[in-house]
Design a protein around this ligand. Structure first.
Ligand code: NAD
Length: 509
């Protein structure tokens, strides 16, 4: 690379992206109307083809045709594609990670971690291919057997967000493929190059093991391209990851055609810190959860609810660590906080901080823009704001690194405050008191899909089901029994007797 890390140039970053894509086996298609930007400089790397309505229809059609063949391939054999994908991802982990950095602005360690998460879910899905278990229940009728079987569902439409441009696709695709489904993917219009790379690797994996490459289709473009998946009856499940606004637009449309929706929407994640907490450990967990990925994770810690007796000590440590965070080019290994994705994200942060201060908030540190990367690149210092109350701006998700700090005296009030937001994705408690920890995890504790003890809100493992409640949408992806969303269940009753007894003891004629 000819550019320096302190003075990155868009043309050099494009040359690097083109090299990486070539090494990943992907060809840069003819230019089109869809810009591929880099948040590192804010410049446009290249432009790509945006799919037309007819092309999207044709892609759904190919996926529907492929489904008719794929659903009868034995599940362990379907897993061969996923196994090969995992091998390719392992070989190309660092390359794909660097592409994620170039396009989404994540620091190297987090970008490679995201690719590792893809490999992890592939391994999970391979094992799952031999565990798509149904239940057998005792029948109330003599000479009868009652059981459930799970069958492939159909075409899965995957709409994904910019901030996890590759892992969320893998969560859906690895599981959907072993479940016997085919996939049509509409990635974020902000990250089309990483999407192209993933699609190429998956197609190659299919070809290498002699499977039908048509099981995966990529459609690129903006929300209008995604809207075709939403409206199409051939799409059995729409798995949509993004903002609450997007979920509000798509969910009623899918429901109107009786399709299934799996929604992974915005979060507004909180952590409670009690007086018995290990303050050093809590501070470390809080800094990663709140400032990591420049506050652009769905699970980013946005609200800190601290006991009055602990707030001074804790804030001193967290603010001290914030001052030491290096903000800058995410290609530089010493940097911990990369850029915001674009100017809109920066506007959102600026306006939220203004509102918080108008509400009586006190800026503890951060919030300012870091210059030196060009007018179109948006780097900020992560902000901490002490709030007198959980006002409207605190109850909203601002997709930027702002940590609001609230205090409490009574533990029940802290839980009430924690739950008093519309979103319900991730949550945490830092405490040394087992009763408080258990209470946080109990039915009247955190109301989120993820509730952690003595670790932050972000950085989930793939083994558990991932997702959240309330405005986060209620979906579950990734591990545990999330696979059930990608299959249809049939209840079967088999009569192996020569009688025809009816259920509930009904006599009919
Ligand atoms: P976004 O809602 O702007 O876009 C997400 C995707 O939805 C994009 O592919 C976009 O083109 C598509 N889209 C938007 N409107 C649509 C419509 N009407 N019809 C069809 N498709 C449409 O979100 P973003 O800015 O890319 O990502 C950030 C948001 O995503 C945050 O709110 C974050 O919390 C959320 N997120 C949630 C999870 C989760 O698992 N819960 C994971 C990652 C991101």
């Amino acid at each position: 690379m000819t550019h320096t890390l302190d003075n990155p140039r868009t043309e050099d970053l494009f040359a690097r992206a083109a090299t990486l894509l070539g090494e990943l086996g992907a060809e840069l298609p003819a230019t089109g109307t869809l810009p591929a930007r880099t948040p590192i400089t804010g410049g446009t790397l290249t432009t790509l083809h945006s799919h037309s309505t007819d092309e999207v229809d044709a892609a759904i059609d190919r996926a529907a045709q492929a489904f008719h063949r794929w659903r009868t391939v034995p599940a362990p054999e379907r897993a061969a594609v996923v196994r090969r994908l995992a091998e390719l991802l392992t070989v190309h982990k660092v390359r794909l990670g660097e592409l994620v950095t170039l396009e989404a602005g994540k620091i190297g360690a987090e970008a490679v971690g995201e690719v590792q998460e893809m490999i992890d879910i592939c391994e999970f899905a391979i094992g799952l291919s031999r565990q798509l278990y149904g239940k057998t229940m005792p029948s109330e009728r003599p000479g009868h057997r009652l059981m459930e079987t799970w069958h492939p569902l159909g075409v899965i439409g995957v709409i994904s967000a910019f901030n996890f441009p590759v892992a969320v696709w893998a969560w859906n695709t690895a599981v959907a493929l072993v479940c016997g489904d085919t996939v049509v993917w509409k990635p974020s219009e902000t990250t089309p190059l990483t999407a192209l790379a993933c699609h190429t690797l998956l197609r190659r994996a299919a070809a290498d093991v002699g499977a039908d490459p048509e099981v995966h289709q990529l459609i690129q473009g903006g929300s209008e391209v995604g809207a075709r998946l939403v409206d199409d009856e051939r799409v059995a499940l729409l798995s949509a990851t993004g903002s609450v606004r997007m979920g509000r637009a798509v969910a009623p449309k899918v429901a109107a055609r009786f399709g299934r929706c799996l929604l992974e929407l915005g979060g507004n994640n909180g952590a409670i810190v009690t007086p018995s907490a290990d303050i050093e450990l809590a501070a470390r967990g809080i800094v990663f959860a709140a400032a990591g990925t420049a506050g652009q994770r769905c699970t980013t810690l946005r609200r800190l609810i601290v006991h009055d007796d602990a707030v001074g000590q804790l804030l001193q440590r967290v603010a001290g660590a914030y001052e030491r965070l290096r903000v800058g080019n995410p290609l530089d290994d010493s940097v911990l906080v990369g850029p915001l994705i674009d100017g809109r994200a920066h506007d959102g942060m600026r306006i939220a901080l203004e509102r918080a201060i108008a509400d009586g908030g006190e800026l503890v540190c951060g919030g300012e823009r870091v210059d030196g990367f060009g007018d179109d690149a948006y780097y900020v210092r992560p902000a901490i704001v002490r709030m007198p109350a959980q006002t409207a701006v605190v109850r909203e998700e601002t997709f930027a690194p702002i940590l609001y700090v609230l205090t409490y005296q009574d533990f029940d009030a802290a839980i009430e405050l924690h739950n008093a937001v519309p979103q319900g994705l991730s949550s945490a408690i830092f405490t040394g008191d087992q009763r408080e920890a258990e209470r946080f995890l109990a039915a009247d504790g955190s109301d989120c899909g993820i509730a952690n003890v003595n670790i932050g809100t972000s950085g989930a493992e793939i083994g558990g089901a991932f997702g959240g409640e309330k405005h986060t949408g209620g979906g579950r992806e990734s591990g545990s029994d999330s696979w059930k969303a990608y299959m249809r269940r049939a209840t079967n009753t088999v009569n192996y007797s020569d009688q025809l007894p009816l259920a509930q003891g009904i006599e009919f004629g």
